[in-house]
Every structure is written in structure tokens, then in C-alpha cells.
Ligand binder design. Structure first.
Ligand SMILES: *[C@@H]1O[C@H](CO)[C@@H](O)[C@H](O)[C@H]1NC(C)=O
Ligand SMILES: *[C@@H]1O[C@H](CO)[C@@H](O)[C@H](O)[C@H]1NC(C)=O
Ligand SMILES: *[C@@H]1O[C@H](CO)[C@@H](O)[C@H](O)[C@H]1NC(C)=O
Length: 241
């Protein structure tokens, strides 16, 4: 009938044009399955019916999923301009790191030193609460975005950390994360050079919303048109000294 829910299962090596499904009110979910193995049927049933406390979807896209063909740079041009989430400057259909869940997580209380010696790793901690109805895994992603790109040809943003954690519905955990000093360095003249300019570490579920980050929030629905979820260091950003 017209109210029947449709779940689109994609078995593909990478992005396909699924804008029609994304925009359709009748398609209530899209599951990218890639090319799974012999346990596929059972795994899909577990996920679609949320069979047990480990069944909530918690995969994250390992690539940028473009919205238009023109967003994909020519294969014979080896320039990084517009290529991958690190250099993309348009809105994709789904960003690198994107993925939904049956629950929601609230990221709060990110604590980080505001001045940091660029030659050292950086520790930060934050609190993560499962505020939805379902036990689930969350994939914490931390991106670093140099506030100034010149004079270094640095990426717009880069994934500096990711980790997976299981949190039961209603519970919260405090996490300690270490960002490698390589997160704010660029490969220049044959060596890693530390960017001694302000950088902004931000934690959440995707890089895209860094363009307009609020101070705290909910993940994981993280496309730029759906608001976001990121914690960032307030007031003056974060100085890499
Ligand atoms: C490759 O792409 C870059 C960035 O868009 C552009 O400046 C350059 O002209 C292109 N090179 C060729 C050979 O098309
Ligand atoms: C997230 O946690 C903060 C701090 O406890 C709280 O103020 C905020 O209301 C929470 N957000 C939601 C949606 O629960
Ligand atoms: C940063 O650490 C390096 C290595 O320990 C040290 O040589 C340098 O003096 C430190 N810089 C500052 C500004 O403290």
C-alpha cells in the first residue's frame, strides 16, 4: 500500500546516484551494504529489526558520497582540489564519516588545553550520553581544521581520531582521546611541518558541519542541511603554539 515503508539496500563498491531515494518520502532508510559475505541475510535481519543490543547501525561512510557528477574531479587530474572530504568545498549527498543510528548521543563537556605545544600529542576528554531509546555503538570522530590555510597547502579539515564505544540507553561515559601531533602538521619539503597557526579540534560525527559549528549538541544526523552536533573549543579557538 502507499504507506508501506521502503528500505533501500545497496550492494555496491562505492557511491551510486541515490538522490531519488534520499528525496523520496516513501524510502525510510538506505543501508549501504557494500559486498558482504555469507552472513549477510542474518546480519540484515538483525539490523533491520534491531534484534539485540548490538544491532543498531553504527557504520560510518569511509568515503565522500557526492550529490552531483560534477563534484567528482577528473580521474586524470592528480590535483587534490575538490577531492576527498579533506579538500571538498561543496556539499556532498553524504559526507565522509556519515551514518545514522536508532539512538542519539549527546556530546558535552569537551575539555582541552587552549594553548598547546605543537610538537606534542594532545589529550582531550568529553562526556558522551546515549539519550535515545536503544543500546548502541557510537563512532566518535575528531577532526582538526586549520583556521588559516596559508601559507601551507593544508587540507580544509582532517580526521585526527576515531573510536567505537558501546553505550546502553540512558547511560553516559567520559572518554579520553589522544590526538597525534601529526594532526596539525603538513607534509612539506620532504618532512612533517607543524602548523604553528590556530587550529580548531572538533569532536562529533562528521567533518562537514565544521563550517558552522555550534558549541554542543546531538549527533549523528550530521549533514549540513540537518544541523549538527559538534563540540569545539570556544572563545578564540585553539592555539597551536
Ligand atoms: C587540475 O585541477 C586543478 C584544480 O581544479 C586545476 O587548477 C588544473 O588546471 C587542472 N589541471 C589540468 C591539467 O586540467
Ligand atoms: C545534552 O547535555 C547537556 C549537558 O548535560 C544538556 O544541557 C542538554 O540539554 C543535553 N541535550 C539533550 C538533547 O539532551
Ligand atoms: C615545545 O616542545 C619542544 C620539544 O619538547 C621544545 O623544544 C620547545 O621548546 C617547546 N616549545 C615551547 C614554546 O614550549
Amino acid at each position: 500500500g502507499p504507506d508501506t515503508k521502503i528500505v533501500l539496500l545497496l550492494f555496491s563498491a562505492g557511491p551510486l546516484n541515490v538522490t531519488f531515494a534520499d528525496e523520496s518520502a516513501r524510502v525510510s532508510a538506505i543501508l549501504e551494504c557494500f559486498f558482504p559475505g555469507q552472513g549477510t541475510g542474518e546480519a540484515l535481519v538483525n539490523v533491520l529489526f534491531n534484534k539485540d543490543s548490538n544491532s543498531s547501525p553504527a557504520g560510518r561512510l569511509p568515503m565522500t558520497w557526492p550529490k552531483f557528477a560534477w563534484q567528482v574531479p577528473s580521474m586524470v587530474n592528480y590535483s587534490m582540489a575538490g577531492r576527498t572530504y579533506r579538500y571538498l568545498n561543496t556539499d556532498p549527498l553524504y559526507p565522509f564519516g556519515y551514518g545514522l543510528s536508532y539512538t542519539r548521543f549527546n556530546y558535552t563537556r569537551m575539555m582541552v588545553k587552549t594553548v598547546h605545544n605543537a610538537t606534542k600529542d594532545l589529550d582531550l576528554d568529553l562526556t558522551l550520553q546515549n539519550i535515545g531509546p536503544v543500546d548502541a555503538d557510537e563512532v566518535i570522530q575528531c577532526y582538526v581544521e586549520p583556521k588559516y590555510r596559508q601559507p601551507y597547502p593544508a587540507p580544509r579539515r582532517a580526521l585526527a581520531y576515531f573510536g567505537r564505544i558501546h553505550i546502553q540507553a540512558g547511560l553516559y561515559r567520559t572518554l579520553w582521546i589522544t590526538l597525534s601531533k601529526q594532526a596539525w602538521s603538513v607534509w612539506k619539503d620532504g618532512q612533517w611541518t607543524y602548523i604553528t597557526l590556530p587550529s580548531v579540534p572538533q569532536v562529533g560525527t562528521q567533518p562537514w558541519a565544521l563550517l558552522n559549528p555550534p558549541s554542543s549538541g546531538i549527533q549523528p544526523n550530521c549533514r549540513s542541511d540537518q544541523g549538527t552536533v559538534l563540540l569545539s573549543v570556544e572563545s578564540g579557538g585553539f592555539l597551536i603554539d
